[in-house]
Design a protein around this ligand. Structure first.
Ligand code: UD2
Length: 319
């Protein structure tokens, strides 16, 4: 309803870091469909070539966002940069805090400095609900206290701060979007720390019972990837929001037990989960207040959990 289409009277040039990944590749599809010229920078550590459909306005560069010279070269002539590249697994950042910092913080700094040098109109940053940590108060609003609990969360939050500083000091327009639990097609289920919806759909489709860590009464706020893409387009186009941070979520709390029931219902299967010990560091409840995004970004999620699950499972069946 609120979502705007891009008007491509003059050409929009967009750089999408992490553009071959789960969220980035959906953003690339949308930008190309709207007429933008898109450059993808991806190191293909988790991104996949098959996530990108060849297009005459798409340029794909294999390279690292941690390498300033590469980012600086690609930023030239860009209207927008969508900075989605990250080591997205929290445990991977716990195993390698120094290596992941190079991507998750230095990568952001490189993007900002390149944007400053080449006068890029706006930078959209993929921030994370991880910033809130396990502080109990919900729903989360953007002004609440933060408590990052992992190198991943620290780097995402520090990246938000440096985005704001680049806006204040140098006038680079930055918009930070704190994603909650994003799900949808192309989310890779293969790691033990993959998004729970990708893991559940993968297992249930094979008739295998999923494992729930804990009692299954922990809750998450699941947001469909197309809604995250729409939020990014709003963040790029709404005037006067440089330096701001927005929660991007569904504002719906779903328990893991309920999630599994819904996944089983879409597949028409009745599988009882195995229950295992809670995962170390898991937070109990997560829920966003998305009022700021509704009011200022003029964005609201359109795809509910059930509809998103259906779309995801349809796409998995079609694949
Ligand atoms: C999400 C983000 C993470 C970080 C964090 C901040 C994803 C994929 N990860 O982690 O990047 O921002 O939020 O709080 O969005 N679970 C099961 N069985 C499984 C897999 C998971 O029970 O097979 C549980 C898991 O223990 C957790 C819940 O499902 O309680 C969600 O897990 P997740 O890994 O999808 O996402 P989360 O919220 O830990």
């Amino acid at each position: 309803m609120f979502e705007q289409r891009l008007t491509m009277n003059s050409t929009i040039n967009a750089l999408v870091t992490g553009g071959a990944g789960f969220i980035g590749s959906h953003l690339v599809d949308r930008l190309l469909a709207d007429g933008a010229a898109v450059t993808v920078l991806d190191n293909f550590s988790t991104g996949k070539h098959e996530n990108l459909v060849p297009h005459d306005k798409l340029q794909v560069v294999a390279g690292d966002v941690g390498d300033y010279a590469t980012v600086e070269r690609l930023a030239q002539g860009m209207t927008w940069i969508f900075h989605e590249a990250a080591v997205a697994s929290v445990p991977a950042t716990i195993d390698d805090p120094v290596g992941s910092h190079q991507t998750n913080y230095v990568g952001t700094l490189n993007v900002l400095e390149a944007a400053r040098k080449h006068r890029v109109q706006r930078v959209m940053f993929a921030a994370s609900a991880a910033a809130y940590g396990d502080l109990p108060e919900i729903p989360k609003t953007e002004t609440m206290a933060v408590k990052p609990l992992s190198p991943y969360a620290v780097d995402k939050l520090a990246s938000e701060y440096i985005c704001r500083v680049y806006h204040q000091l140098y006038g680079v327009e930055t918009v930070c979007l704190r994603y909650f639990n994003v799900f949808g097609p192309r989310q890779d289920p293969s790691s033990p720390y993959s998004g729970v919806i990708s893991v559940f759909t993968d297992r249930v489709s094979k008739g295998q019972a999923p494992t729930i860590f804990g009692d299954g009464e922990q809750t998450r706020d699941f947001v469909y990837v197309a809604d995250v893409v729409a939020a990014n387009i709003q963040a790029a186009t709404v005037a006067g929001i440089g330096g701001e941070t927005f929660n991007i979520a569904n504002q719906r709390q779903t328990s893991l037990n309920e999630l599994l029931r819904q996944v089983c219902a879409v597949y028409g299967k009745n599988l009882q989960p195995g229950y295992d010990a809670p995962r170390a560091g898991d937070i109990k409840h997560s829920l966003a207040d998305t009022g700021k995004a509704r009011n200022i970004l003029q964005w609201q999620p359109k795809v509910g959990l059930q509809q998103g699950l259906q779309a995801l499972i349809d796409s998995l069946r079609g694949a």
